[in-house]
Design a protein around this ligand. Structure first.
Ligand SMILES: *Cc1c(COP(=O)(O)O)cnc(C)c1O
Length: 495
């Protein structure tokens, strides 16, 4: 069906057909050879489609509807916080004074943009309970790496060079151990207990003189609040280590609890998740890092400072770990986060957390009779279910995810965290209505019933999408990006 709707721009091409009309040339023509060095001149004109403006419009409009995003439907991808991106943010980010400036402009000409960055930093420090924030890092993972480099610089400055290990729970986001290794540490895994929380006894066992830091997410990746966080902070601090907070998804704690007050020393935030920056298609993101006072000297330079004469970039920071990104971070995403925080206000941000938590618990309760919920606790902004029961009947979690496509939904995150068998990780976010949550629950329940009666329909899903199951690994490793498929001359490659 979809295939017919999709215009075939190469097939419809006809010589001389045009989408634009230019006036006749009324100046003398300069030969191409005078404009372009001969080695760069093509021998043959490129084989471009010749179509009318309408055909071109249909082509691109058709392509644009092949994507699925938050603006087209429910997107409960756990740990990704696919909340609505308010369009007011786009209006603000488009303002002439914010888009038509250059990072090389003298400071006195861009005081407004610098104030925006300063106020954003200050707000984020307040929200997280930290002393100072840098906006330089371009993503969550880069924030993690930056935070760990700060911890490393701190220990080194104290002559404490034997702290080579970073403790990471087995439920951690995959970027945590990766960042620790890239920052030059070894990782040690701490177990999750039957509550779904960090096993305190095991934490005591693995903490020692070689501990540089504990990296933690709270609420953790199972969507559960680490209620022993104060004790955990004591264990780590007593051993001389630092506490790192992965605040990529802060949707459950905004305005309610602060990592700084829980005992964390470093935190990163994902402005492209919690603070409504759009984050499809690989970016750009923003992963600001906040630190307590004793880590401030190591923050990347330049650091934005406020003086009597206005805002200025402070390069005079001898202990700084250096620069981690050209210029001052992904300014456009930072502007959107600033716009969001100013639109919501402190009360609004608190309301975000309340609604995110209520939405997640509501959906969890609706699904619990049909899918196994491994932890009997209230969740925070997200929750996990296990597809174990369905697997016994022949449909794996992957099949359920594919079947959701037929029902018109983006599937949840699957097979993560890895410590839950046949895991589905569902994060509805605060921006969804009860009607949407109910409709999604109905689809999940319908699939659970299909698995009982007719697992084949689930095993063979999706049935309604333009293409069925893709080889995602090969598609990522060896993408075919040309219209003509090199392996099958003339046969067009379909995405
Ligand atoms: C998304 C996420 C990250 C990584 O953020 P990127 O911006 O994708 O690098 C890290 N930790 C958690 C918990 C996340 O959800």
């Amino acid at each position: 069906m979809r295939e017919q709707e999709h215009t075939l721009i190469f097939e419809e091409s006809a010589p001389g057909r045009r989408g634009s009309v230019l006036p006749d040339l009324d100046v003398e023509e300069t030969p191409v050879s005078e404009l372009i060095p001969s080695e760069f001149i093509r021998e043959k004109a490129p084989d471009l489609p010749e179509v009318s403006e309408l055909q071109l419009m249909r082509h691109y409009t058709s392509l644009s509807t092949r994507n699925y995003g938050v603006d087209s439907g429910f997107y409960p991808l756990g740990s990704c916080t696919m909340k609505y991106n308010p369009k007011i943010n786009e209006e603000v980010a488009k303002l002439d004074g914010l888009t038509n400036i250059h990072p090389y402009q003298p400071e006195e000409q861009v005081q407004g943009a610098m104030r925006l960055m300063y106020d954003l930093q200050t707000s984020l420090a307040e929200i997280t309970g930290m002393e100072e924030v840098t906006l330089q890092s371009a993503a969550g993972a880069q924030g993690e790496w930056t935070g760990l480099m700060l911890i490393r610089a701190y220990h080194e400055a104290n002559g404490d060079t034997n702290r080579t290990k970073v403790i990471v729970p087995d439920s951690a986001h995959g970027t945590n151990p990766a960042s620790a290794v890239v920052a030059g540490f070894e990782t040690v895994t701490v177990k999750t207990d039957e509550r779904g929380l960090v096993d305190l006894e095991h934490l005591k066992e693995v903490t020692g003189e070689d501990t540089a830091a504990l990296m933690l997410t709270n609420p953790n990746t199972l969507g559960l609040f680490e209620e022993d966080i104060v004790e955990m902070a004591e264990i780590i601090h007593e051993a001389g280590g630092k506490l790192y907070y992965d605040g990529a998804n802060s949707n459950a704690i905004l305005g309610i609890a602060r990592p700084g007050d829980m005992g964390f020393d470093v935190v990163h935030l994902n402005l492209h998740k919690t603070f409504t920056g759009p984050h499809g298609g690989g970016g750009p993101g923003s992963g600001p890092v906040g630190v307590k006072a004793d880590l401030v000297p190591f923050l990347p330079k330049p650091l934005l400072a406020k003086t009597e004469n206005g805002y200025t970039w402070d390069y005079d920071r001898p202990q700084a770990i250096g620069r981690i990104k050209p210029f001052y971070g992904n300014f456009g995403i930072n502007v959107r986060a600033y716009s969001y925080i100013r639109t919501m206000g402190a009360e609004g941000l608190k309301r975000v957390s309340e609604l995110a938590v209520i939405n997640a618990n509501y959906l969890m309760k609706r699904l619990e009779p049909y899918y196994e919920a491994p932890y009997e606790r209230y969740c925070k902004h997200e929750f996990v279910l296990s597809g174990k029961r369905q697997k016994k009947l022949g449909a794996r979690t992957l099949d359920i995810a594919k079947r959701l496509l037929d029902y018109g939904y983006h599937p949840p995150t699957i097979y993560f965290p890895m410590n839950v068998d046949e895991c589905m990780m569902i994060e509805p976010t605060e921006t969804e209505s009860k009607e949407t949550l109910d409709a999604f629950a109905e689809a999940m329940i319908a699939i659970a019933k299909e698995v009982e009666k007719d697992p084949e329909i689930v095993q063979e899903a999706p049935h309604t999408t333009p293409v069925a199951r893709l080889d995602e690994t090969t598609a990522a490793r060896k993408p075919v990006l040309k219209y003509e498929n090199p392996d099958h001359e003339k046969e067009p490659a379909r995405l």
